[in-house]
Design a protein around this ligand. Sequence first.
Ligand code: SF4
Length: 259
Amino acid sequence: MSRETGLEEILEELRKYLEFQKNLGLETLIMRKKREDKDKTRAEQEENPLTDQGKNIIKVQEQLSIFDTTRKPTLEEIREEIGDCTRCKLHRWRTNIVFGEGNPNAKIVFVGEGPGEEEDKQGRPFVGKAGQLLNRILNAMGLNRSDVYICNVVKCRPPGNRTPEPDEIGTCEQFLFKQIKAIEPDIIVCLGNVAAQTILRTKDKLANLRGRFHYYGKAKVMATYHPAALLRNPNLKKLLWEDMQIVIKELNLSVPEKK
Ligand code: SF4
């Protein structure tokens, strides 16, 4: 038997085994970098923490299940897969699943944390006060909601707007990763700690991550403040705008002149 034929047979066996597991209900198998690669990257970063214009840049692979890598899904298929989801405990408190909305071919995807009260009522992302502020931010960038795609890490409202818990994020994030795969944006803007830490697979705080691009697969990732944080602390507006200036420059957007 040639080496190639042997390899093909092993791959075929692996495919059958995974199909079998899928039929048993296994939905997600995250492919991670090899441990030694991780350790090497960490060691390299520790050795040389100041890279790329003197700042740490995080680069992560797309977080996809082995079942999702073969074909680009459509947003409709992903919504269908979510169905009337009860995969995590957040389903107990929701009125509506808030899947996400916007341009399926958007160059920018904005990712928040989870739906709030108004979003839960309407089944749409960022429609409350923070959403109105996001609309103003988009307009100031020369964009409308229909130009971008907007979604959250978790699709159901955490009770009392609490931060989603790790098990809830871990269960729901697969749908966000599939949405990103479906849209293939140039830029992902993470609004707040939860979005930034989920996408960049880090525990680092937003204050340390913002102000420069990181990478999720081929997409550039800008981590910045959640509009709700700006409503609580208007001093953050300046920092968010600095981050958006970097995005504007990258996409060469025409910013409307101030009247
Ligand atoms: S938050 Fe996500 S995983 Fe949890 S019930 Fe809602 S859709 Fe399902």
